[in-house]
Design a protein around this ligand. Structure first.
Ligand SMILES: NC(=O)c1ccc[n+]([C@@H]2O[C@H](COP(=O)([O-])OP(=O)(O)OC[C@H]3O[C@@H](n4cnc5c(N)ncnc54)[C@H](OP(=O)(O)O)[C@@H]3O)[C@@H](O)[C@H]2O)c1
Length: 255
């Protein structure tokens, strides 16, 4: 396994907090240039200020195709073409299938499936042109198994793993690898929101709700954002790993 040469141009979508901020820091520590994408420019600037290396704030909503095009154009103008794409921007929604509205369903597919597709499609021509590229999608354990009350999220994450596998097959001889990282419950603001929702629904305290989510991982704790970032670094370094969904879930899905 060889770390890619330093100074690669990386784009992390969803870089303002949680897993994306941890990935941005890990890539920066390895000497890469990191473009930070999210909807809130001020928060991205704060993340960028904490990185040891060069960063570029490119505010955009990943569900807005024009904004994505503008973000790529800006990175190309400032630095050059994106060589490492991390599709991390995402969110969940919880409801029984009978209570899932068309809008919630469409929102999950647009954010967690269509947006990574558009990002990937935009990034690929320069990657295949140069003969080197890395694409990593942050999926979920629910890309691998079904879970109650999260059908729209689960379907979107299964879908994005399908996209990763198809892209890897299509690009196998191009020098571009495409992988997914599939975390269990990670200690991030997204999980904090899930904990609040469980506590509100059940009448239990947030500590109790947090402990319940911790027990969902066989290792008995939440996953750390840095542990997800480590798996992303592995995907960058190993040219023989492509088309995989790498579980970072404390042993909850064995595959
Ligand atoms: N936390 C978990 O337990 C867990 C488990 C498995 C998989 N995941 C996946 O990991 C990814 C990151 O999760 P996280 O826990 O770090 O979430 P988080 O703490 O809520 O952070 C989500 C990031 O995505 C950005 N984002 C959300 N919607 C966006 C949009 N429409 N356009 C651009 N950026 C957007 C957010 O920035 P702005 O809101 O400022 O735009 C933020 O930077 C998600 O894809 C999630 O599904 C999380």
């Amino acid at each position: 396994m060889t770390a890619p040469e330093a100074g690669r141009i990386c784009l992390v979508a969803g870089a303002s907090r949680g897993i994306g901020a941890a990935v941005a820091l890990a890539l920066s520590r390895e000497g890469h240039r990191v473009a930070l994408l999210g909807r809130d420019g001020a928060t991205l600037d704060e993340v960028g200020a904490g990185l040891p290396g060069p960063s570029l704030t490119v505010p955009a909503d990943v569900t807005d195709a024009d904004a994505i095009e503008a973000a790529f154009s800006r990175i190309e103008r400032e630095w050059g073409p994106v060589e490492v794409l991390v599709c991390n921007a995402g969110a969940g929604t919880a409801a029984a299938i009978v209570d899932t509205s068309d809008d919630d369903w469409a929102r999950m597919l647009e954010l967690n499936l269509t947006a990574p597709f558009r990002l990937m499609r935009r990034a690929l021509p320069s990657m295949t042109g140069s003969g080197w590229g890395r694409i990593v999608v942050i999926a979920s354990v629910v890309a691998k198994r079904g879970e109650a009350q999260v059908a729209a999220y689960t379907a979107s994450k299964h879908g994005v793993l399908g996209l990763v596998r198809a892209a890897a097959a299509e690009l196998a001889r191009s020098g571009v690898t495409v992988n997914a990282v599939c975390p269990g419950y990670v200690d991030t603001p997204m999980t904090d929101a899930t904990i609040e929702a469980i506590a509100a629904r059940s009448g239990r305290g947030t500590d109790d709700a947090r402990a319940t989510l911790a027990r969902r991982q066989p290792i008995g704790r939440l996953i750390e954002p840095d542990e997800v970032a480590d798996a992303v670094r592995f995907c960058l370094a190993n040219a023989a790993v492509t088309g995989q969904g790498i579980n970072v879930d404390g042993g909850s899905v064995q595959s």
